[in-house]
Ligand binder design. Structure first.
Ligand code: HEC
Length: 97
């Protein structure tokens, strides 16, 4: 490939490389952070969710969703999530630093 072609390729690809496109899980998590605090670290009132392992998060959300785990608001929130979303969201939150 010539140098000129490489320059054009760079121009075509650069917008995709530069712009950080949030994953769907990240977008869902922003909603959680409204109550659970930035990055899942709560300022009090609601429990922090940062640091919980993915399988525990997944279990909480599924139990809230089917009503096995009592809740004030989480049941309603979890009902809006399907299995795939719960899995991706849990893996994402579990990796928060
Ligand atoms: C409207 C505020 C609010 C939002 C939004 C919210 N939560 Fe919660 N969350 C709570 C409250 C309050 C509790 C305590 C249980 C209850 O009363 O519902 C809780 C409990 C939890 C727990 C259990 C933590 C523990 O250690 O017991 C997890 C896990 C959790 N939420 C995850 C999430 C996730 C993931 C999202 C985003 C999809 C989310 N929450 C969105 C308010 C919220």
């Amino acid at each position: 490939m010539s140098k000129l072609n490489l320059v054009f390729l760079g121009l075509i690809l650069s917008p995709y490389v530069v712009a950080e496109v949030p994953t769907p899980a990240k977008l869902l998590a922003y909603n959680c952070f409204n109550c659970h605090g930035d990055n899942g670290v709560s300022k009090g009132g609601v429990p922090s969710i940062k640091g919980l392992p993915a399988n525990i998060l997944e279990l909480h959300l599924k139990n809230y969703r089917d009503g096995t785990q009592a809740s004030t608001v989480m049941g309603r929130i979890a009902k809006g999530l399907n299995d795939d979303e719960i899995k991706e969201l849990s893996s994402f939150i579990a990796t928060l630093k």
